[in-house]
Design a protein around this ligand. Structure first.
Ligand code: UDP
Ligand code: MG
Length: 315
């Protein structure tokens, strides 16, 4: 059986379309499937739609968070609940073409353990957003060695991979990178991002920025090493300047000058800001350690509609 995990946040108008479209595709391809909707604390009628669908169709299940925990948490919760031999994660807005799942399934049948769908184009996005995304992926690649260019959350994973991911204890996770990090035999299919048909994007710039920051720091300590590197550079510079200052003091360059006022100011500014930056970075990692050490759950499930054996629905 194939499980489809669908994170949904305020997607009321998309639940029915998504479940209809996906069910039809698998039915006509003759693939046994289940849909696991992960309601990320929606404030609209998303849960009503999910529970209605789940009551009518035993192949559809749902879980609902007690509040908005974010898409990552919604995905991980879905992965934990999925019972299939392989699992696909797909967005609720069908911006990821669902027909592709059949090809992904075929590839899994033929031995692939992870089938990644990569964006061949990024769809309609503002230039600012594109630049940010590019910088982010470059940073990820150069610092952690994971090539996430064009990566999306749209991917199929074998049960082995799901178990590996479910076994990870960390709380602050980045699904896209984590599923690349675990390895396994990976194949790639390409797709074009479609425009969203119903509703608006659920990501604000602030949310995305926080997400990017926590993803980079979650996978690499490169920003911390940045501080060491700049520290070394400044140590060398200060050695040069120190020698020059001493020589000046003894008047080697002619008159012993009391100039250099601007140099002092500049140095103060530069070193001051570097120190602040360094402290900020260290503080950020510290706060992440703190978050992890608290061992809070990634999410809290409020309600769940799951199938007990023999397909009896248990709300
Ligand atoms: N999503 C979620 N929690 C959030 C934000 C988004 O579960 O806090 C889900 C959303 O319902 C959708 C998917 O993540 O199924 C992708 O979101 P969206 O389409 O808004 O992102 P975009 O396609 O604009 O990157
Ligand atoms: Mg979308």
């Amino acid at each position: 059986m194939l499980s489809v995990v669908i994170p949904a946040y305020n997607e009321g108008e998309n639940i029915n379309i998504a479940s209809d479209t996906i069910s039809r595709i698998f039915e006509s391809a003759g693939i046994e499937f289940e849909l696991v909707f992960s309601d990320d604390g929606s404030r609209d009628n998303t849960w009503e739609f999910i529970s209605k669908r789940a009551a009518a169709d035993s192949r559809i299940r749902g879980l609902r968070f007690s509040r908005n925990f974010g898409k990552e948490a919604a995905i991980f919760a879905g992965l934990e609940k999925a019972q299939g031999d392989c699992v696909v994660v797909i967005d609720c807005d069908l911006q990821h073409p669902p027909e592709l799942m059949v090809e992904m399934y075929e590839r899994w049948k033929n031995g692939a353990e992870v089938v990644e769908a990569r964006k061949s184009s990024r769809g309609r996005e503002s230039p600012i957003y594109k630049t940010f995304a590019k910088t982010f992926y470059k940073l990820m690649k150069s610092s952690s060695g994971l090539n996430l260019d064009g990566a999306s959350d749209y991917k199929l994973m074998d049960r082995k991979v799901i178990d590996a991911i479910n076994g990870m204890k960390e709380r602050l996770t980045f699904f896209r990178a984590l599923s690349a990090w675990v390895g396994f035999k990976t194949e790639v299919v390409e797709f074009e991002v479609r425009p969203r048909e119903h509703g608006t994007t659920k990501w604000s710039f602030r949310k995305l920025f926080k997400f990017a920051l926590s993803s980079v720091t979650g996978f690499t300590s490169f920003p911390m090493h940045l501080m060491t590197v700049s520290g070394i550079i400044f140590a060398v510079l200060s050695l040069v300047m120190g020698v020059q200052t001493v020589l000046k003091f003894f008047g080697v360059f002619g008159e012993p000058a009391a100039e250099g006022f601007s140099t002092v100011i500049l140095l103060l500014l530069i070193i001051g800001s570097l120190l602040m930056l360094g402290l900020g970075i260290i503080g950020y990692y510290l706060s992440k350690i703190y978050e992890e050490i608290k061992f809070r759950p990634r999410y809290i499930i409020n309600e769940e509609i799951s199938i007990k054996k023999e397909g009896s629905v248990n709300p």
